[in-house]
Write a protein that binds this ligand. Sequence first.
Ligand code: CP
Ligand code: NVA
Length: 327
Amino acid sequence: MGKRNLLNFDGLSRREFDGILQLAAELKRKQKRGMAHPLLAGKAMALVFEKPSLRTRSTFALGITQLGGTAIYLGPAEVGLGSRETPADCARNLDRWFDLITVRTFAHKIIAEMAEYSSVPVINALTDSYHPCQVLADCQTLIEHKGKLDGLKIVFVGDGNNMVHSWLEAAAIVPFSFVLACPKGYEPDATILNKALTNGAKITVTNSVEEAVSGADAIYTDVWTSMGQEKESQARINAFRAYQVNSQVVALAKKDAVVMHCLPAHRGEEITHEVLESPQCVAFDQAENRLHAQKAVMVWLLQGFATTVGKRKGLRIKTGSRGSRKK
Ligand code: CP
Ligand code: NVA
């Protein structure tokens, strides 16, 4: 088996998904107790970002530093993926110097091309199609608040966007039920949805917020206009007006439901200030867990689960799931 990437959840087993989350929880405990191990000492990561970022950039850079490694940020002005240089050529330079390449870009095919040509693991830090690292941190947060993922009803209110696509894929790995309430014309990509359904995911797509949110364990929302869609902003505000997560909507969910947002939030649009600031909202826990979940992804890709942390935790992950071997 060659090196692994984390471009989306396609091909990720339940064992690997759980392994990453267990490792993330263990790394978080260790970090909080000041007992962090330099598991990635001497390793270097390139952060190739073509879109803005607060959380993702900070947590990847800090995460690898806490693990004993280092990161170098390469913004849009430096790299010019597909304009100054092809994604393939960019990857074939970076893999000579770095042990990991983390990329935030527009079209998913750009990162797919980089992963194909890179001899080192490539991590998706968000594309127009997926945001897998966010969903891993979100799942870690749900486990912290709900004790489990299996059997939860997770309801996403808003756009069938990159966040939703990663949730659809996660629903094909973990047996929770995922419900999307979105306006007509803003449904998720049919190929991604159908693949998840074929793989056994429990998914409902509806236009009714009330129907969706009833009995929810978690209500999730995201911006109506994603990065790169700014020209559509006014049309989207009009289309999504009835899809705001406000206190009336939250009241329809279970009493102990959590409210989730990947952030950045646009208060007064997809979520009210009141709900974002309410005790039910775990958005800042999600943000915190970006650090720990991504540290787990980096360790998994470079060392597999056979770390001292993993062994002590009793993780019984097949050696075949290790992600670091070069082509
Ligand atoms: N949630 C998230 O990915 O945030 P950033 O865009 O700030 O990285
Ligand atoms: N859907 C949003 C997520 C931001 C973290 C975007 O792509 O801009």
